[in-house]
Design a protein around this ligand. Structure first.
Ligand code: CAA
Length: 241
């Protein structure tokens, strides 16, 4: 097996597709992180044979400990895909501080915590790949998502800053900004709202998780060594940025 890759939020949706593609196309030893859904994780391992590790990406100490454990068990982490994300949608007037905080801690804080746990090792070995999953809604904003849009927009800034720090050590840091992809997260958007959104996608449909996974697979490859600090938008033409 090849390089060790950890994918946060890796047992379902986009994360699962990324895990499968990295193993199939890049021959990676993949470890999928998840936060809470033991049943989905068990099913995932049963169906794919890919190992899982349970921790909250928003918990700094838990991330440091878990990444150390993954390295003890599987070898140095060379590829990190920061995919874990949650929504707590609602207009500002209805949004609680907890809704704000949970999304910032998980979606943006998770990227910081994972980079802290793995960047020094990548630097010492002179090779690393970090791919952060941003969002069209971090680029364009979205009604009812000041928390999510701020966190995802933060991911895009985080990516560009860390790319500058990693470049001289052979570490690339890139983002993918998915549009509306056919996952549980998007299925939770009320039907009439989603219909209006899909009507604005020039390609005329939701994206597939596998379409995001293909982008990740390219960005982690050796051939992508000159690609850093970039954002790959995969959104069916919904937002051109
Ligand atoms: N722009 C302007 N006005 C809007 C609007 C928009 N985009 N969307 C809704 N409104 C208006 C409505 O027309 C309505 O106005 P009236 O009362 O005058 O009719 C008013 O705002 C309230 O709308 P709702 O009835 O929808 O309000 P709500 O409080 O029940 O729900 C909401 C608000 C939770 C934000 C709901 O609209 C919603 O879930 N929207 C979808 C948000 C979304 O796209 N989330 C993406 C999740 S997937 C994801 O995040 C993945 C990714 O990266 C892409």
């Amino acid at each position: 097996m090849g390089r060790v890759a950890i994918v946060t939020g890796g047992t379902r949706g986009i994360g699962r597709a990324i895990c499968e593609r990295l193993r199939e196309e890049r021959d990676c030893t993949v470890v999928a992180n998840y936060a809470g859904n033991d049943e989905a994780a068990r099913k995932f391992t049963e169906e794919t044979g890919i190992a899982t590790v349970k921790f909250d990406v928003g918990d700094y100490e838990a991330v440091q400990n878990a990444c150390k454990q993954v390295e003890d068990d599987h070898g140095p982490i060379e590829i990190v895909v920061n995919n874990a994300g949650i929504t707590r949608d609602g207009t500002l007037l209805r949004m609680s501080y907890d809704d704000w905080d949970a999304v910032m801690r998980t979606n943006l804080g998770g990227c910081f915590n994972m980079a802290k746990a793995t960047f020094a090792g990548m630097k010492d070995r002179g090779w690393g790949r970090i791919v952060n999953i941003g969002s069209i809604n971090g680029q364009a904003g979205q009604y009812g998502q000041v928390n999510y849009a701020a966190a995802k927009s933060g991911i895009h800034g985080f990516t560009k800053a860390l790319a500058q720090e990693g470049a001289r050590f052979g570490i690339t840091v890139n983002a993918i900004a998915p549009g509306y992809i056919d996952t549980d997260m998007v299925a939770a958007v009320p039907e009439p709202v989603l219909e209006k959104i899909v009507a604005k996608i020039p390609v005329g449909r939701l994206g597939k998780a596998s379409e995001i996974a293909r982008g990740v697979s390219f960005l982690v490859s050796d051939q992508a060594e000159f690609v850093t600090g970039s954002t790959m938008s995969i959104n069916g033409g919904q937002h051109m940025y």
